[in-house]
Design a protein around this ligand. Structure first.
Ligand code: DC
Length: 232
């Protein structure tokens, strides 16, 4: 029998990663951040100056990805992402990667390689996986699918707080620039032809605008436990 999977999807800034990590820790399951795989692919493209607007560039990235190894490890309660023998946990969160990643994630070959990697690494043991298409495309058999949403204003505030810890004050102009960046990524994620961001028909929607992280995690853990009890 295949190990159970919880899929957590939704737009950027809704708290997917923190929620998924908290749920995985509460259930003592593994946690997989699929966005980090796309970010590692974008980093690979940037490092080799691959031009994704050209067919030759897309072929080159596919070949490089097929020969690369993207790995995730939980070390001291923190998820690390490795690209071959380099820890790229910090590098994949750079502004340059964040700007480039939607374009990389639109490429069908990149998606197919990442999906194969994800399916290979998940399946042996119970896992919580977060992303955009986990419940719809990668693991449609997931026993619990959560679709997180939150207002654009709140998502921008969260992203700005993460990026400017103790730094610049979150004034209107700064928040507006985060809102604009998020809205653009939402649009690209929703409008792409391949595996667009959409809720699975059987996903449970959870609006996190006014929820703190602890409550989000507790709600998902409760749903997971209820379903496991029903199934046993
Ligand atoms: O969740 P994130 O911001 O780290 O995701 C990075 C990018 O990868 C984002 O543009 C959406 C894309 N992504 C995707 O297309 N499919 C996934 N399963 C996960 C992320």
């Amino acid at each position: 029998m295949k190990a159970p999977i919880i899929a957590i999807d939704g737009p950027a800034g809704t708290g997917k990663s923190s929620t998924a990590q908290g749920v995985a820790s509460a259930l003592q399951w593994s946690y997989v951040d699929s966005g980090a795989f796309y970010r590692a692919a974008a980093l690979l493209a940037l490092r080799h100056q691959v031009d994704l607007e050209q067919t030759t560039g897309r072929v080159e990235l596919r070949e490089r990805l097929e020969n690369a190894c993207i790995d995730q490890r939980m070390v001291g309660g923190k998820l690390q992402t490795w690209l071959d023998d380099t820890d790229v946990t910090g590098a994949i969160r750079s502004e340059a990667v964040t700007r480039a990643v939607s374009r990389v994630a639109e490429d069908p070959s990149v998606r197919s390689i990442v999906n194969q990697d994800l399916r290979r690494r998940v399946g042996e043991e119970p896992a919580v996986v977060d992303g955009r298409d986990i419940g719809t495309v990668v693991f449609p058999e997931a026993f619990l699918k959560i679709y997180l949403v939150a207002s654009l204003e709140e998502r921008a505030r969260r992203r700005a707080r993460e990026a400017e810890p103790g730094g610049r004050e979150l004034d209107g102009a700064l928040l507006a620039s985060y809102e604009q960046g998020l809205a653009e990524r939402d649009r690209r994620d929703r409008e792409r032809a391949e595996a667009p961001l959409v809720a699975a028909p059987d996903a449970v929607h959870l609006d996190t605008t006014n929820l703190d992280l602890e409550t989000q995690i507790a709600r998902v853990v409760r749903m997971a436990r209820d379903r496991m009890n029903q199934a046993s």
